[in-house]
Design a protein around this ligand. Structure first.
Ligand SMILES: C[S@@+](CC[C@H](N)C(=O)[O-])C[C@H]1O[C@@H](n2cnc3c(N)ncnc32)[C@H](O)[C@@H]1O
Length: 377
């Protein structure tokens, strides 16, 4: 067994948790690869990784309500509060580190000048990088709004790539839209993957070179053209309700907000009534089990206040099936490289505490899978 995989006996996490899927005896005994989650929010990435067969080994989240949701679903973990206060001693050795650092300073939804990575919130990326330098996990995953690509005319994105490359990571990215992952929500996010000292890994993970199975003909047609999904509506035209076939992207907003954000996504009725989506509907649009975002206890105020917290956290979350898809590909990559490295004698795991190549890693030149010239911070 590898040094960093443990035999895990996991009791059902929570009798009522919709993600609990233990064996008939209620216990599962499995050695699973570990993932450490940073900026965990309500655990969209974590749940995706767990569904793909990973074990969540660490969570870190500053918001009290989000921590309460996390604790309801992962009662064995005590989420760290503030990434700024964490040291590498807090992070158990994990094959994968994942997180979506706060996007407020790079998001186009801000409609004004964007502070970018100099901002207090999005600048927390550097705290993640500080820990990365001491941990050097095999694979890292970062999620953010697509606005990260254009913040400061691309310079911020260049800094992210350069920082990871300087630590020894081959880096790749892909913009994925949740609507292609089984949920009716158009949500574009950029997913950045880093593989330690491996320039091919990110592309192996993020881009499918394999053909799907079936009897596709090489000269087959592309099929029917799709009409714009935004024009397609579903529902009973006489009684309602009527909803767009694909919802607009959910944003972090409050239950009382009457501005443009929620009014993009609404449910209408032929008699002229309209309503906003309910939290449970937002959970479905993000691929979470129903009522996932209910907090653990009643200390968060009345129903309106709790709805606001739920909308806000759901608007910030990673769509679970997107996380699961990436996690499945990371898992396949880890398996494949384990076999590849066993054949060449290269180490399978790199942990800072026993990794003499940290210095070497810092000098390592990023393989050219990203085409940017060097950008000075
Ligand atoms: C974009 S959200 C991540 C959402 C998450 N991926 C999910 O699926 O729910 C960023 C998260 O970072 C958290 N955060 C902000 N500052 C933090 C800090 N100093 N330490 C830890 N977490 C922080 C925010 O509360 C927020 O939940």
């Amino acid at each position: 067994m590898e040094a960093n995989s443990r035999l895990v006996v996991r009791a059902p996490t929570n009798g009522s948790s919709p993600k609990a899927n233990g064996s008939a005896s209620g216990l599962t005994v499995k050695a699973k690869p570990a993932m450490a989650s940073f900026f965990s929010g309500i655990g969209g990435i974590d749940l995706g990784f767990e569904r793909a067969g990973f074990r969540v080994a660490l969570q870190c989240e500053i918001d009290k309500y989000c921590r309460s949701v996390l604790h309801r679903h992962w009662p064995d973990l005590q989420p760290h509060k503030n990434i700024k206060e964490m040291t590498n001693a807090d992070v158990p050795v994990s094959e994968v580190w994942a997180g979506g650092f706060p996007c407020q300073d790079v998001s186009l939804a801000r409609m004004g000048p964007r502070a970018g990575l100099r901002g207090k919130k999005s600048g927390l990326f550097f705290e993640f990088a500080r820990l990365l330098e001491g941990g050097l996990p095999r694979v890292l995953l970062i999620e953010n709004v697509a606005g990260l690509l254009s913040s400061h005319k691309g310079r911020d994105f260049g800094i992210v790539l350069r920082t990871l490359a300087d630590l020894g990571y081959g880096v790749g990215w892909r913009v994925l839209n949740s609507r292609y992952f089984g949920v009716p929500q158009s949500r574009q996010r950029v997913y950045i993957v880093g593989c330690y000292r491996d320039g091919r890994g990110p592309a192996e993970i993020l881009f499918e070179s394999e053909r799907r199975q079936g009897n596709d003909k090489a000269d087959g047609s592309d099929g029917k053209k799709t009409v714009s999904p935004f024009k397609e509506v579903l529902g009973d035209p006489l009684k309602g309700p009527i909803v767009p076939a694909i919802a607009y992207c959910l944003y972090a907003c409050s239950a009382r907000h009457t501005g443009t954000d929620w009014s993009r996504n609404y449910v209408s009725y032929p008699d002229g009534r309209a309503r906003r989506l309910m939290p449970i509907e937002c959970e479905r649009l993000q691929g979470f089990p129903e009522n996932w975002t209910l907090p653990e206890n009643g200390e968060f105020g009345d129903a309106d206040r709790i709805d606001t917290l739920r909308y806000y956290a759901l608007g910030n979350a990673v769509t679970v099936p997107v996380g699961e898809w990436i996690a499945g590909r990371v898992r396949a990559y880890l398996e494949k490289t384990k076999i590849r490295n066993a054949a060449t004698g290269a180490p399978h795991s790199y942990a800072a505490e026993n990794n003499p190549s940290v210095v070497l890693a810092q000098k390592f030149q990023a393989p050219g899978i990203w085409p940017l010239a060097r950008i000075e911070g």
